[in-house]
Ligand binder design. Structure first.
Ligand code: ASP
Length: 609
């Protein structure tokens, strides 16, 4: 062994002991003939003291930052103690040392507040990983991993690996493909998830499966996504939705207890998809704060059971509202004193292409109970006060209103709600609020192809009460403009998402387990019989041999870790992530292949490198 102790281990109780440490040189400080070195390893930092006797040797073997050093000496009490370091009461009086390896000058400082930019740190990821911040993140990731395994093991789940070289599993993204050398012109796909395998395992009788597993999705990179990411993937047999929710609510609570010491006494609330869209404008609401939407107008047929308060805005001659499909408002607490400049800035914010709303109206519900508004010309103060009241506003609040097409406006106000909460410090990192979203629509309508697409994936079953509707009705949409009236538009999925602080951290469903219903589903999605057989023949076949009722869920492991670590970025919790252009800048991948390799794979590249 190169060492007797680690750099985080020694205390005053070790005083007088002869020890050997090995680690990296974090910092060197010279005071006359005495040299102090901070030696770092995974466990901490220990101060080394080199006195005069070692000066000659130090001159011959000068130390530098990040050199790998082995030092032997005696543990002694420090005269100048450092209360911020666990080892801060002692230092090692070095009697001898060996440089185990030298280091080039690192391209950025290896400390908490490093001077290295993101690109540079990605290129030298192995150095960045030496920093405490990233080390803590990887330790947290491991703690989450362990807690999940512990819980699942205790509940009789077994981990079973499934293959990576497969045929496509549709999760709504493009596949990464792998050319086959042995079978010219043929390709494997990397799994977007182990979905079909875990279902086959249920058919095989492994009634509680899990896997902490890589998934691969070739998506245009949206903010903070990774083309390969990790899921805690689970499946159970002989269960209903309620059983799954209880089991995995238990797992999340266990993880929080183990990793963060957070106790959740109450059950996670449940909210239907429709309620979430109506009150928050999206299906992963952040419920750490209020600011629920006021629905002032909506198109007919959308949210058929809901009533918008149109009487509050109608008949005033305000064309923007009269012509819009949808009008929505939120009350932002304590912002009635926003200046013209500030409201103008918000108007610009919603006009940005990512949001794309033409303008923003506001009502300042002032502390004295009066109202000032950008719509003064059209609405009486009485009416403005009514809108404020309907919004749940209190004196001192600023009411923001957006108008436009339904989908866009709902999305926009939901973004605005989050933005305002962020500015007001309402999205607290150390506060955790989870909820289940249930009763998603089973289908979404795709205008371009005039077809239904699966909202989750094609293996999700309808709610038991909607199975009849699905079987009895044809999926064909005769009149595209009336698609909302098609019975399929009302079918709800037996699916659920777990949302934590405004992030979807898990999602799953009770599956279809009968061949006929699965065929009907494929048919509804426009997958004809020949294609069904070609792509999913194995699954349809398996359903003929006693497939049990089953369902499951998968959690985004990277995201869960990031939230537990109080970070926005999943990259910080992955040892070797891709950058935001989907590249590995350290490896410089993807990269072109040699001609020879292309030939072996029976491929031709059209691009000249
Ligand atoms: N396979 C699904 C996904 O990756 C999760 C599930 O339905 O269990 O989203």
């Amino acid at each position: 062994m190169y060492r007797t102790h680690t750099c985080g281990e020694l205390r005053l109780s070790h005083q007088g002991q002869q020890v050997t440490l090995a680690g990296w040189v974090q910092a060197i400080r010279k005071f006359g003939s005495i040299t102090f070195v901070d030696l770092r390893d995974r466990y901490g930092i220990t101060q080394l003291l080199f006195n005069e006797a070692l000066n000659d040797k130090l001159d011959e073997n000068p130390l530098g930052r990040e050199f790998v050093l082995q030092a032997t000496g005696t543990v002694s009490e420090r005269s100048n103690k450092n209360p911020h370091l666990p080892t801060g009461e002692i230092e090692i009086l070095v009697s001898d040392f060996t440089i185990l390896n030298r280091s080039a000058v690192p391209p950025f400082t290896i400390q908490d507040d490093t001077d290295g930019g993101e690109d540079l740190r990605m290129k030298y990821r192995y150095l960045d990983l030496r920093r405490n911040v990233l080390k803590k993140n990887l330790e947290l990731r491991y703690a989450v991993n362990r807690a999940a395994r512990e819980y699942l093991h205790r509940h009789h789940f077994i981990e079973i690996e499934t293959p990576f070289l497969i045929k496509s599993t549709p999760e709504g993204a493009r596949d990464f493909v792998v050319p086959s050398r042995m079978h010219p012109g043929q390709f494997f796909a990397l799994p977007q998830s182990p979905q079909t395998f875990k279902q086959l395992l249920m058919v095989s009788g492994y009634d509680r499966y899990y896997q902490i597993v890589k998934c691969f999705r070739d998506e245009d990179l949206r903010a903070d996504r990774q083309p390969e990411f990790t899921q805690i993937d689970c499946e159970m047999s002989f269960v209903e939705q309620e059983d799954i929710l209880n089991m995995f609510e238990g797992m999340i609570k266990h993880i929080f207890r183990e990793v963060k010491g957070v106790e959740w006494d109450e059950p996670f609330p449940r909210m239907s998809w429709e309620e979430a869209m109506w009150h928050y404008g999206n299906d992963k609401p952040d419920i750490r704060f209020g600011m629920q939407l006021l629905n002032l107008k909506k198109p007919e047929g959308v949210f058929p059971e809901k009533q918008a308060l149109s009487e509050l805005i109608n008949g005033a001659g305000f064309r923007v509202f009269d012509e819009a499909e949808t009008v929505l408002a939120i009350a932002v607490p304590g912002c009635a004193d926003y200046s013209r400049k500030q409201t103008d800035e918000l108007a610009e914010w919603v006009k940005r292409p990512q949001i794309g709303i033409k303008g923003l109206a506001y009502i300042k519900y002032q502390s004295d109970g009066s109202c000032k508004s950008s719509m003064d010309k059209f609405y009486t103060e009485e009416r403005l006060l009514q809108i404020a009241a309907a919004c749940g506003a209190r004196p001192g609040d600023l009411i923001l209103l957006l108008a436009g097409p339904e989908e866009k406006t709902r999305k926009a106000i939901s973004e605005l709600r989050l933005e305002m909460a962020e500015r007001l410090g309402l999205r607290k990192k150390d506060e955790f609020k989870a909820l289940w979203i249930v009763d998603f629509p089973l289908f979404e309508y795709d205008e371009e192809t005039n077809r239904w697409v699966a909202r989750h994936h094609p293996f999700t079953s309808p709610r038991p009460s909607d199975v009849e509707t699905m079987i009895k009705n044809s999926p064909v949409i005769e009149n595209p403009s009336l698609y909302l009236q098609h019975p399929y538009a009302r079918i709800k999925a037996n699916a659920y998402d777990l949302v934590l602080n405004g992030n979807e951290i898990g999602g799953g469903s009770i599956r279809i387990h009968q061949r006929e219903l699965q065929e009907k589903m494929f048919q509804a999605l426009g997958i004809h019989a020949e294609e069904q057989q070609r792509k999913f023949g194995f699954l349809l076949g398996a359903f003929e041999y006693g497939a049990p009722p089953h369902g499951g869920i998968a959690f985004g492991f990277d995201r869960l870790c990031a939230i537990l670590g109080g970070s926005e970025s999943i990259r910080d919790f992955i040892a070797f992530p891709k950058n935001n252009a989907g590249r590995d800048v350290m490896l410089d991948a993807p990269s072109p292949l040699e001609e020879e390799q292309l030939r072996e794979l029976h491929l031709k590249s059209e691009i000249q490198h």
